[in-house]
Ligand binder design. Sequence first.
Ligand code: KE4
Length: 427
Amino acid sequence: MSRNAELFERASRSIPGGVNSPVRAFRSVGGTPRFVTRAQGPYIWDADDRRYIDYVGSWGPAILGHAHPEVVSAVQQAAVHGLSYGAPTEAEVQIAEMLIERLPSLEMVRLVSSGTEATMTAIRLARGATGRNKIIKFEGCYHGHADSLLVKAGSGLLTFGNPTSAGVPPEFVAHTIVIDYNDTEAVRAAFAEHGKDIACVIVEPIAGNMNLVKPAAGFLETLRTECTAHGALLIFDEVMTGFRVGPQGVQGLTGIKPDLTTLAKVIGGGMPIGAFGGRADVMKHIAPLGGVYQAGTLSGNPVAVAAGITTLKLLSAPGFYEHLASQTRKLTDGLTACARAHGIAFSADSVGGMFGIYFADQVPGSLAEVSASNIERFKVFFHAMLDEGVYFAPSAYEAGFVSSTHDDAVIAATLAAADRAFGKLGN
Ligand code: KE4
């Protein structure tokens, strides 16, 4: 038996499903999860000491490649002075100023310890600041596991084909309006009916939890105009896209200014961190200034912040994002060409260092279109690539991630593996 299998059997006796986050259990692709022992640059190694080219990158944070020496050094230097104080530090001010400098819509920002905390708080803040209860979210978007958001969520829930979570009382989601992503008319209709009761719209401005799905022309613009017209707040959940699709996230690519933004993943460089921020007049409702309570023992943790500051500095290198986008496009174009050569219905898309692959002739523009792609064929491809030493996200409903260490040789090795894997699929 492989060490992965042994560890999975042992883990399953003490941890539900053997994992600390459902998507890691490989339930939607089958087989045994790989227990990672170490990682470096574009690579991870499993418990059988097999090396894989990694396109999950911890679901986004590893944008500089795993164990970047300067990030590791910053963590070590912070740790020797203590791991957590529960008191303010200068480093927290520094990273807050860095985030505000980089994202024009951020006038004030508060740090938390995960993306879920960030989105949960942003919604409470929107409700507190507007005095309204209703929220709009989009089917296939995942914003973490806060109760009011686990309604037709994406990511792990979609993977289970279980669009709502057990344990969430109906009352908790009674104010959550769920609309199809990109359905501009439904957004207008919801505001026409509920406009004065809507506190906020929360959206993944480029969706990454139903696989990569881009906003249709006019979709984000409509959210902005409808929110403004009805006094609702627009929340861009950039937990995944922030500093991943470009130096200023989707708001930088589109010029659309949300009222609040949520962040995590990349801003911590792999350490536990999240953040929410935006208009100062809204943020001033947050305790201790205002009546919207939020707190966190490890918020602004000095070790996590040290990793984040160093990461953000390294991302500011001239040409970083141009190179990252170019390498990602080489991957997606190469995979598409290879699939075509094998006569396989396949498409791929990317934005910056984030990509999607689909066993369908066209790039999907909605959750329904992703679901209509050949999910079974994805599962076979996933395992064929795993056998070749390439680690894609273990779900057809997840995006993939490239780091600055995925150089031409790594991309070429991936494409050579894909050629062999596609050959096993038959057409
Ligand atoms: P966390 O609580 O997992 O840090 O963040 C929740 C979250 C919020 N918003 C967006 C847009 C997200 O993508 C996420 C988390 N992303 C998933 C990846 N599909 C995390 C992977 C997992 O759940 O294990």
